[in-house]
Design a protein around this ligand. Structure first.
Ligand SMILES: *[C@@H]1O[C@H](CO)[C@@H](O)[C@H](O)[C@H]1NC(C)=O
Ligand SMILES: *[C@@H]1O[C@H](CO)[C@@H](O)[C@H](O)[C@H]1NC(C)=O
Ligand SMILES: *[C@@H]1O[C@H](CO)[C@@H](O)[C@H](O)[C@H]1NC(C)=O
Ligand SMILES: *[C@@H]1O[C@H](CO)[C@@H](O)[C@H](O)[C@H]1NC(C)=O
Length: 419
């Protein structure tokens, strides 16, 4: 057997290779050896990371080494469900339907509209996304999800008929009887009963949370456990006020305060309301929605925006929203971050809302507010001011394991080659 590369003198050379190259070689082996890595560990592909994480870089933050980063928030229901709905936070995707990779609209025409997310609605829901922002238009004798302008949908800005996506949501709610989903419709539908018809056809009406049960003057929402028990697990808000009386769809800004979307909502230290919303400090609306994404979705910088600046904005908006934490955190490319990202931001807001602590791990199950006695888990890595991840101790453990695996593999190969 000829294999010069691994014959003895070369193997010594190999062992003196720069550690990075060896690590990369080793990580390439690791799926076979099923080594899974925790948050912040180096990786090459998603399979290297534990579930709930994926492998990515954040070059916009000068973080060029691929790391396992979070894509799933913790489930706040794990701390109990007996709080009013407005005491929980839900990760929300902006233009949830505008997905990278869908080159053509289902009309067959190439779609030139910008993309805001990386995966399908079902994948988003499976990753813990519970708020969906959907732009709906009358188009081709139906209701379509479209990312358009001037209130009209075109072949080259249309994505998919709304029905298919609503059916996906229905399948998810059927399979997950304790989950509650909120849909925010940017509503361009003018056909009479257009939305009720498409929701009815999707099967979702059986989960409809009735407008009559929504608190009108800033009161608490029904308990999450109550919504689950009554199977009223779908909240739908429209941007058209007249639909509330005529079609039974809640007008969003009667119930929600929402900050400015786009660039105007990204100035550190300020949290202005969007034009349609009452000021953020208006307590007669009991839900708070925080948007944090640029006017034009940008895959490259999303990881940076979704990290430390998002957490800062969450704090700023809390301070300027009558000390209320966001119930919905809406971002582009929700999976992108240089560490904990939007998933961590959701956990932080949930911790404050559920138990008044700054980490969800400090909230006891069914705890009384203000008691932070839970056993603190080792804090996950957070981005530093330079944006470079501070690796957790498990990272060096992983390195050590990688080295050991490599050395053993090398010895075995050397032996095989000398046969
Ligand atoms: C919280 O309390 C309820 C009863 O009110 C109980 O059924 C549930 O298991 C508790 N949840 C947790 C996470 O301890
Ligand atoms: C849009 O697509 C449909 C097919 O789905 C086609 O019938 C129609 O002619 C297209 N319109 C334009 C303006 O290309
Ligand atoms: C809702 O759907 C059912 C069948 O799925 C149909 O019988 C009923 O007429 C529909 N109602 C509306 C208002 O579209
Ligand atoms: C929010 O208010 C608290 C308490 O007044 C303050 O310590 C904190 O710096 C403020 N945070 C932001 C981001 O404004």
């Amino acid at each position: 057997m000829r294999c010069y590369y691994y014959s003895t003198p070369y193997s010594l050379l190999f062992l003196s290779f720069p550690p990075l190259l060896i690590l990369v070689l080793c990580l390439l082996c690791s799926p076979i050896l099923s080594l899974a890595a925790s948050q912040g560990s180096s990786c090459v592909i998603n399979r290297n990371c534990n579930s709930g994480l994926h492998c990515e870089t954040c070059i916009a933050n000068r973080n060029v080494k691929p790391r396992c980063t979070r894509i799933q928030p913790s489930d706040p229901k794990s701390k109990g469900t007996d709080l009013p709905f407005n005491r929980y936070t839900w990760l929300t995707t902006h233009n949830s339907f505008a997905r990278l990779g869908q080159i053509r609209s289902t009309t067959g025409t190439p779609n030139i509209a910008p993309r805001n997310q990386q995966d399908t609605i079902t994948q988003q829901l499976n990753n813990g996304v519970r708020g969906l922002m959907l732009d709906m238009y009358d188009f081709q004798n139906g209701i379509w999800l479209c990312h358009s302008y001037g209130g009209n949908c075109y072949n080259y800005t249309a994505f998919v008929p709304a029905l298919g996506v609503l059916k996906e949501i229905n399948v998810f709610l059927e399979a997950n009887p304790s989950e509650v989903i909120t849909i925010f419709i940017e509503d361009y539908v003018t056909s009479p009963m257009g939305l009720p018809k498409v929701f009815n056809e999707s099967g979702l009406m059986k989960y409809w949370f009735p407008v009559s049960r929504m608190p009108k003057n800033g009161g608490d929402w029904p308990l999450l456990s109550d919504m689950i028990k009554l199977n009223q697990r779908l909240l739908v808000f429209t941007s058209k006020s007249w639909k509330e009386n005529k079609e039974g769809i809640a007008y969003e800004w009667t119930y929600v305060v929402e900050n400015q979307y786009g660039k105007g909502g990204m100035n550190a230290g300020s949290c202005p309301n969007r034009a349609e919303s009452a000021p953020m400090s208006t307590t007669s609306r009991s839900l708070v929605l925080v948007n944090y994404f640029p006017d034009i979705p940008d895959f490259a910088t999303a990881c940076k925006h979704n990290s430390a600046p998002l957490l800062d904005m969450l704090n700023t908006c809390h301070n300027l929203s009558a000390n209320r934490w966001a119930n919905f955190i809406a971002v582009d490319f929700y999976k992108r971050s240089d560490g904990g990202g939007a998933a961590e931001a959701s956990d932080v807001a949930n911790a404050h809302l559920i138990c008044g602590c700054n980490k969800l791990s400090l909230c006891k199950d069914n705890s009384t507010f203000g008691v932070c006695e839970g056993k603190a888990k080792p804090s996950p890595p957070t981005s530093t001011s330079t944006g470079i991840l501070t690796g957790p101790s498990s990272s060096s453990g992983f390195m050590l394991k990688s080295w050991l695996v490599l050395i053993i593999a090398n010895i075995m190969l050397v032996n095989a080659c000398s046969l």
